[in-house]
Ligand binder design. Structure first.
Ligand code: SAM
Length: 246
């Protein structure tokens, strides 16, 4: 089958089996990809549905510009949700985390400001992270686009969701490894979601670790070496994916 270009859309853009393109999408399909009337491409709805779609006009044009042809059945999602709580790294570090972890299969990112977080992100930064998640989801053929919450405090971030499997990565201390925990899934039931928290360059404070334990997070190790704040979430998610898809 010819490799079709893919674009992500919001579910409300679909009306009566037609798609209403935004100006930005018209520019991308018409100017960048040079698609013409009759050309086909794939649209990815944020909720996981893929469609083959066809341009019914040359762009730019008034709506509707696209007809939905048929549903595409694909399965690229993991059998569990991965929620990543990340104490924001310095500079553009979180962009790298979003890019790599979206490719790997994360469902939701919760950026948090912890005691030793240095970055103070603007609302433009948050929009940029969401654009990166969309692009990475398209590129890696994800069925869903991971959500990225607005940054919240460490305490609020940890209370956002709950799971029987919630872990806080701690670089020092004699903790059980994440891999050891994951291996136990193989013999038991796979949880429907797993929550992982990783710290900033300066690490978590003792009070933060105590708070996390008090509300049900288990401290775990990712190995004997000290990973960078950007590397740690990518390693944690890679280990989960490795076990789930072995
Ligand atoms: N400055 C801290 C120290 O010297 O202990 C290290 C912080 S590390 C650069 C950033 C974050 O990555 C940590 O807070 C932790 O969440 C995670 N991390 C790094 N290496 C890890 C490891 N070996 N096991 C578990 N978590 C790790």
């Amino acid at each position: 089958m010819v490799q079709l270009q893919r674009i992500a859309i919001a579910p409300e853009q679909i009306q009566n089996e037609h798609l209403i393109l935004t100006a930005e999408q018209q520019h991308y399909l018409g100017r960048v990809l040079r698609l013409k009337q009759g050309d086909r491409f794939i649209i990815i709805e944020g909720n996981g549905q893929w469609w083959i779609a066809e341009l019914i006009v040359n762009l730019p044009a008034a709506s509707p510009q696209v007809k939905l042809i048929e549903i595409v059945s694909i399965q690229t999602e993991l059998p569990l949700e991965i929620i990543l709580i990340v104490a924001l790294p310095k500079g553009d570090g979180f962009e790298e985390v979003v890019r790599c972890c979206t490719e790997l299969g994360v469902t939701q990112f919760i950026p948090v400001i912890s005691a030793r977080t240095v970055l103070k992100p603007s609302s433009q930064k948050v929009e940029r992270w969401r654009r990166i998640a969309t692009e990475s989801a398209e590129q890696s053929e994800r069925q869903i686009i991971p959500t990225i919450s607005d940054p919240v405090s460490f305490q609020q971030g940890l209370l956002t969701l709950q799971s029987s499997d919630q872990y806080i990565c701690e670089a020092r201390g004699n903790y059980q490894s994440l891999m050891q925990e994951l291996i136990s899934f193989e013999t038991g039931k796979i949880p429907d979601k797993i929550i992982i928290a990783t710290g900033p360059e300066g690490g978590w404070t003792e009070e933060e670790i105590e708070y996390a334990i008090a509300i049900g997070f288990q401290p775990i190790s990712l190995g004997k070496r000290i990973l960078r704040a950007v590397t740690a979430p990518i390693v944690a998610v890679s280990q989960i994916v490795g076990i789930m898809e072995k």
